[in-house]
Design a protein around this ligand. Structure first.
Ligand SMILES: [Zn+2]
Length: 458
C-alpha cells in the first residue's frame, strides 16, 4: 500500500495533466464532423499506453471508429486481465449550461470538470496509470491487455464483430471495466448484474375502418378495449408475469447474496417522494431493490390508437397499438422470451380481432457471481482503500456490450466503478472528484495483487 501511495504522490500532477490532454480532444462519437478527433484520441491512447509500459500497441480499424489495443505479457502461466474502456464521449449541448468549456478541463472544489472527466476518460486513465505504477514499481502480477473502443456512447455497433475477429488476441481470465458508479463516496459497491431486455410492438386490428361508436358500439369488438384487457392479463395480482414458461430459466439468487444486496442504503419514503408516488408495487415476496435487480419486469412503454385530438369524437377505432417491454434477468434468453410472448399474446386474442407482434430489440442480461476470484479480489481491494466491504449491486439497467463479451469471448467482466451519482455524466458540468480518481488508481493495483493470489489458490 505504501509503494502505491508514494508513487501516486510523486506523480499526481503528471497523471492529471495526461488526463487533461485526453479530455481536450473532443471525441464525440455521435457527431460525424468529429471523426478526425476519434483518430486523435486513438493515437493519444496508443502513446499513453506505450509510455505507461505496454510492449505492443496497435490501432485497429473497424467499420466505424478505431479501437486501440495494447498488451504486456509477462508470462503465460500467470493470469491475464483485459481492461475495457472507451475513448469516445457524449455530445455537450446545451453548451450554455456548462460553467466552463467542456473541452478545457479544470480543477475546482476538489473535482475535475469537463466532458469525459468520469465517463470514461477519467475512469479509463485510472487504469493506464495504475498499470504504469505497477510496471514502474515492479509489482505487476498479471499479464495485461487493453481494449479501448470509440463507439460506446453510440451502442458499440462494431465492437462485437471486432472481438469475434480477434478472439485469440483477447484471451484473458477476466475483463475489468470502470464505467459505472459506486453508491456513494463512502459506500463502495460493485455492479454484479445487469438486466436483459425484450421489446415488441403489437398491433390489434378490429373492423376494416374506424366506425361510428353509436351505430356499432356494443356489437363490434373495440381493439383498444381488447388490447387493454389483453395487457391486463399479462400480470397477476401478485405482480407475477403470466406468460407460460416465462420464469423457467430465471436464476434464483442465494439467500446470502439477497442479504448483501439489501445492505445497499434504501429509503422507501425518499424513493417514493422523489418520483411522486404514494405506494410501490411489484412482485410479492421481494424488496424494491430485488424487484429491479434480480427479478424480471413487464411494462407497456406506450399505447395509442383511435381519436386523441382535441374535444370528443365518437369513434370505434379500427386499430390499437402498444410498445411493450420486459426486463429480463440472467439466464433468461431474450430470443426465447420473445417467442413465448408472441405465442401467448396471440393465444389470448379474441376472435373479434387480429393481432400482429413485431419484435423490436433485445439483449441478454449479465451476472457476475460473487464467489469467483475476480469478485473476491475486487471486494478485498475496495475494502483496503475504503475501509468497508463493498455492496454488490444488481443494476436494473442494461449494458449490452458486457453480455456480448461473455457471449463472444466467453469471459466474465467485473464492473469496478468509481463514479458518483453527482458526476453528471452525459450532462452539462460533468465532473469527477479528485479523491475518486486517485482512490481508483490505488484500488486497481490491489485488485491485480489479490486476483493473482486467488488464482494461484484455486
Ligand atoms: Zn461510459
Amino acid at each position: 500500500m505504501e509503494i502505491i501511495h508514494n508513487y501516486i504522490e510523486k506523480n499526481k500532477d503528471r497523471f492529471l495533466e495526461e488526463l487533461f490532454e485526453l479530455m481536450r480532444i473532443p471525441s464525440i462519437s455521435s457527431v460525424k464532423s468529429h471523426k478526425p478527433d476519434m483518430y486523435k484520441a486513438a493515437e493519444y491512447w496508443k502513446e499513453l499506453l506505450l509510455k505507461s509500459g505496454a510492449d505492443k500497441v496497435e490501432i485497429f480499424e473497424t467499420d466505424g471508429n478505431p479501437v486501440t489495443y495494447a498488451e504486456k505479457i509477462i508470462h503465460p502461466s500467470i493470469p491475464t486481465v483485459l481492461i475495457y474502456s472507451h475513448m469516445d464521449v457524449m455530445p455537450v449541448d446545451p453548451v450554455d449550461k456548462w460553467d466552463t468549456d467542456p473541452f478545457d478541463p479544470q480543477i475546482r472544489d476538489g473535482k475535475i470538470w469537463g466532458r469525459g472527466a468520469d465517463d470514461d476518460k477519467g475512469q479509463g486513465m485510472m487504469h493506464a496509470k495504475a498499470f504504469e505504477l505497477m510496471v514502474q514499481t515492479h509489482t505487476l502480477p498479471c499479464n495485461v491487455k487493453f481494449m479501448i473502443e470509440g463507439e460506446e456512447e453510440i451502442g458499440s455497433p462494431n465492437l462485437g464483430k471486432w472481438c469475434a475477429a480477434h478472439k485469440e488476441m483477447l484471451k484473458a481470465d477476466i475483463i475489468l471495466v470502470s464505467d459505472t458508479s459506486m453508491i456513494a463516496a463512502d459506500i463502495p459497491s460493485v455492479t454484479t448484474g445487469l438486466r436483459g431486455l425484450a421489446y415488441w410492438e403489437v398491433e390489434v386490428t378490429g373492423p376494416n375502418r374506424d366506425l361510428h361508436s353509436g351505430l356499432f358500439g356494443g356489437t363490434v369488438g373495440n381493439p383498444i378495449n381488447i388490447l387493454c384487457s389483453m395487457i391486463a392479463k399479462m400480470t397477476d395480482e401478485n405482480g407475477k408475469i403470466t406468460i407460460p414458461g416465462f420464469y423457467d430459466d430465471v436464476s434464483e439468487v442465494s439467500d446470502e447474496e439477497r442479504q448483501l444486496l439489501n445492505r445497499a442504503p434504501f429509503s422507501e419514503d425518499t424513493y417514493k417522494k422523489a418520483i411522486g408516488v404514494r405506494e410501490l408495487t411489484g412482485e410479492k415476496g421481494y424488496s424494491p431493490v430485488e424487484r429491479t435487480g434480480i427479478r424480471p419486469s413487464f411494462d407497456v412503454c406506450g399505447i395509442w390508437g383511435g381519436y386523441t385530438g382535441e374535444g370528443a369524437k365518437t369513434v370505434l377505432p379500427s386499430k390499437a397499438f402498444a410498445k411493450i417491454s420486459t426486463r429480463l434477468v440472467p439466464n433468461q434468453s431474450n430470443e426465447k422470451i420473445a417467442k413465448l410472448f408472441k405465442k401467448y399474446f396471440e393465444s389470448i386474442a379474441p376472435g373479434s380481432v387480429q393481432v400482429e407482434v413485431t419484435p423490436l430489440h433485445g439483449g441478454q442480461g449479465y451476472v457476475c457471481p460473487i464467489n469467483i476470484p475476480a469478485y473476491q479480489a475486487a471486494e478485498k481491494a475496495y475494502t483496503d482503500v475504503y475501509g468497508k466491504r463493498p455492496v454488490p449491486v444488481r443494476s436494473g439497467g442494461s449494458i449490452p456490450i458486457i453480455s456480448t463479451f461473455e457471449e463472444i469471448l466467453g469471459i466474465k467482466s467485473i464492473l469496478m466503478g468509481f463514479g458518483l451519482e453527482s458526476d453528471a455524466i452525459h450532462s452539462p458540468n460533468e465532473n469527477f472528484p479528485l479523491e475518486q480518481f486517485f482512490n481508483g488508481i490505488k484500488t486497481i493495483p490491489l485488485f491485480y495483487k489479490y486476483f493473482a493470489e486467488l488464482n494461484k489458490l484455486s
